[in-house]
Ligand binder design. Sequence first.
Ligand SMILES: Nc1ncnc2c1ncn2[C@@H]1O[C@H](COP(=O)(O)OP(=O)(O)OP(=O)(O)O)[C@@H](O)[C@H]1O
Length: 313
Amino acid sequence: MQDSSPTDAIVVDGVNKRFGKHAVLDGVQLNVRPGETFAFLGRNGAGKTTTIRMMLGLMSPDAGTMRVLGLDPTRDALAIRRRVGYLAEDQQMWGWMNVEQIIRFMAPFYPSWDDDLARRYVRDFELPLKTRIRHLSKGQSVRLGLLLALAHRPELVILDDPALGLDPIMRKEFNRDVVTHLQGEGRTVFYSSHLLYEVEPVADRVAILDRGRIVRAAATDELREQVRQIVLPSDMYGRLDVPLKKLDVRQRDTETAVVVDDAPAAIAGLRARGVPHQVVDLNLDEIFEAFVIGRVDGEHAPPPAGHAVERVA
Ligand SMILES: Nc1ncnc2c1ncn2[C@@H]1O[C@H](COP(=O)(O)OP(=O)(O)OP(=O)(O)O)[C@@H](O)[C@H]1O
C-alpha cells in the first residue's frame, strides 16, 4: 500500500461497514493517484459496490473516512457526483425514453456537460438516437450508460463492473476502446471487476478485496514480479530453510508447487542454496486466486498451463 498524498483522487482510510450483523467491509484502506487506472478486484459479494456507493455519498461508513477529489462524501456528495462519472453495475434507465431524450434529460444536471462530446460518443458508440432504451441491446445500454457518465468530462470515472453482461468480444473492445480512450485523456479511472484477465492489460495498480478486507494492493507489474509460482522437488521443499511468503502450496507427485508473494527474495534464497527449481509466471487471474482461495496445507492440482517457465538448474 502506498502512503496517501493530499493530491490523491480517492483516499479510503480504515472504512468499516455492516449491514445488520453482517460485517461487509473491515478496515478498507486504499488510495488512488490522479491519472491512474486502478482496478478494484473482488469476487461477487466482496464489498466492491458498497465501497463505491460510499465514495459517492450514497451511504455512509460506520467507521473510517473517505476523500474523493479532496471532498468528504458524507458532506459533499453532490459536488462529488458532479465531478465524477459513475457507471453503476446493472445501470437502470427509463426504458420509455429514447437515446436522444435521455441525453437531453441528463445534460442540465451537469454544469460541465459537453454537447459536442456527447454527439461524438453517440457516433463512436454507434448509438441509435431514436431507439427506446428498453429496446437497446445489452452492449448498447452499457455504452449509453458510459456516454451519460462521461459527457460532462469528469475528472474521475468510477466503473462498477462495467463489462458485466457483455459478450467476451465486446468486453475486450470495451477495455481497448473506452478505458484506453480515458487513459489517453489523462482521466483517473477506478474500475471494479471480478473479471481479472480483462483489467490486466489496462490497470496501473490493483487492490484485491476479499470478504471485506484488502488483502493486497500494488502496481500490476510489481504484483506480477512478486507473486510467482516456484516448483521444486518435494523432498527438498520439506527440508527447506528459506523463509517463503506462501500463498498456495500444491503437492503433485514428486514436486511441490508454491505460490509466493516475495518471489525475487525466494528465488535468490533457493539459488544461494543450490536448490533446483522452476519459476512460473502467473497472470492476474492466478495471482488473485492465490490470494483469495490459496491454501498452504497442500493439495493435488494440475500445473497452470501456457505460461513462461524459467528453468533454473
Ligand atoms: N443494502 C444492503 N443491505 C444488506 N446487505 C447488503 C446491502 N448491500 C450489499 N449487501 C451485502 O453486502 C455484501 C457485499 O455486497 P457488494 O454489492 O458490495 O459486493 P460486490 O463486491 O460489489 O459484489 P458483486 O460483484 O456481486 O456486485 C453482500 O453480501 C451483499 O449481499
